[in-house]
Design a protein around this ligand. Structure first.
Ligand code: CA
Length: 469
């Protein structure tokens, strides 16, 4: 009897040891995919209630994971928002307070090398990374993706691009002679210009699927930054045919561009499934800023204003994440989160220590323990040139979006920021908290899009050299 007991004990011990060893072996670091869209409206995804634009594949992320109903970005237009996302830090901390110009000879126009981006941090953890699509973090040779931690790049360096290959008439940036010319260059594959034949969004999705296939056995980071549905509004017959029920031509084309992204998201998720790595891959989906409704036909739903504004329509975006088996599926998370959290989440889940202090928080900790308070008590925004700003603390938001648009709102009762509350100790406290945060921010490090003329005057040969007058 005693012998039998010993025998059972030994068998149990062996079983436990084997289980522990097995678990450690299977615990490979998670792959990370960020799918970023450009100028997509808050309501223009199925998971935020879109009726006319169907996004069945983007909605798969929401069904497999969590929707952030109060998901923010750190700036209301493209460039600074991306700088925040990719560093996990408020971009104002390092002077990235303007939309950079396309200035390939200027090493200050983009993400300063003093900042560590997510690909650079993950490289220290043995990751292979690829950036696909819109870069917008510097066109100078020292600031391009391959110099900034990414092993591969497929896309374009500037803030936007035309969608049809027939428009890509510039061989490379040596032929660019004006800010918007860069929309017409051939695409870059790593450091080489290539002859691409597919509709841009489809080409970006194709490259994403190839990257996943080629790197399925090692930890990878894929930064898939679609420029859709940013202007120019250009879609193929295939995607327009899916949206004939939309009467307004602008919105129909915009919807078709989202359909192309949605198919791309579907092909990415299918690739994960095919290679059996869905459960070991964190997939984030978000837009870089709110929709410019009159410009591209987007819809921010109940939110006030859109791209460029410090009201919710400029900074609250469609945002979801999946990590099956880790994050519970099908939930809505209502506490405020921000794009800066992506970096912090990835660091926490991979055990890599970031080089700089992060402003974001580990979202997994909060998503897996709903009893915890939200990750942020306070969030900050500012637009240096316009002298506009906003601060959110709990459900209160103080916003200054122009001389006439100053107010305190309680977002839990007034998501549309329609009913300003009386200025009191809460607004005073928010104002002071924002001022304190803002006082620590340096001046913008470079001239931006709004200073295009001044920059041209300062550097008349800017596309070839930075010789001054
Ligand atoms: Ca944008």
């Amino acid at each position: 009897m005693r012998l039998l007991k010993y025998f059972i004990c030994i068998v149990v011990l062996i079983a436990i040891t084997t289980a522990v060893i097995h678990k450690n072996k299977s615990e490979t670091p998670p792959n990370v995919i960020i799918i970023l869209t450009d100028d997509q409206g808050y309501k223009d995804v199925g998971f935020n209630g879109s009726k006319d634009i169907k996004t069945p594949h983007i909605d798969r992320i929401a069904k497999n994971g969590v929707v952030f109903s109060n998901g923010y970005v750190s700036y209301a237009v493209c460039g600074p928002s991306r700088a925040g996302l990719i560093t996990g830090r408020y971009q104002d901390r390092f002077g990235f307070s303007r939309n950079p110009l396309f200035a390939p000879k200027d090493s200050t126009q983009g993400l300063p090398v003093s900042e560590e981006n997510l690909a650079e941090a993950l490289k220290r953890g043995g990751y292979t990374s690829m950036a696909i699509g819109k870069w917008h973090l510097g066109a100078h040779p020292t600031l391009r993706p391959l110099q900034r931690g990414f092993d591969q790049f497929f896309g374009f360096l500037t803030g936007g691009h035309k969608y049809f290959p027939k428009n890509w008439t510039k061989q490379d940036i040596s032929e660019v002679t004006a800010q918007w010319d860069a929309y017409n260059t051939k695409l870059l594959k790593n450091n080489k210009r290539i002859d691409e034949t597919e509709y841009l969004t489809d080409a970006l999705s194709r490259e994403a699927v190839t990257f996943i296939k080629e790197n399925k056995k090692k930890p990878f980071f894929l930064y898939l930054a679609y420029n859709a549905p940013h202007t120019p509004l250009q879609a193929t017959a295939k995607y327009l045919a899916r949206n004939t029920h939309i009467k307004d031509k602008k919105r129909r084309t915009y919807a078709a561009m989202i359909s192309a992204v949605d198919d791309g998201v579907g092909s990415v998720l299918d690739a994960l499934k095919k290679h059996n790595i869905t459960d070991n891959t964190i997939v984030f989906f978000l837009s870089d800023n709110g929709g410019p409704e009159t410009k591209n036909g987007s819809n921010n739903g109940p939110l006030r204003d859109g791209k460029g504004s410090m009201h919710e329509g400029g900074i609250r975006v469609p945002f979801a994440v999946q990590w099956p088996g880790v994050i519970p599926a099908g939930n809505i998370y209502e506490n405020p989160v921000i794009s800066l959290d992506i970096f912090a989440t990835v660091m926490a889940q991979t055990g890599i220590t970031p080089r700089n202090a992060l402003d974001g928080k580990d979202l997994i900790k909060h998503l897996t323990n709903p009893t915890l308070p939200g990750p942020h008590q306070t969030l900050f925004w500012r637009n240096y040139d316009k002298q506009t700003f906003a601060i959110r603390k709990d459900t209160y938001k103080y916003v200054q979006d122009g001389k006439e648009k100053i107010g305190l709102y309680n977002l839990s009762k007034d998501i549309g920021e329609q009913y300003p509350l009386k200025a009191d100790s809460i607004s005073q406290n928010l104002l002071e908290t924002h001022q304190k945060w803002n006082n620590a921010n340096p001046l913008p490090a470079f001239l931006g899009l709004r200073q295009n003329r001044a920059y041209n005057k300062k550097y008349p040969k800017r596309y070839h050299d930075l010789e001054k007058y």
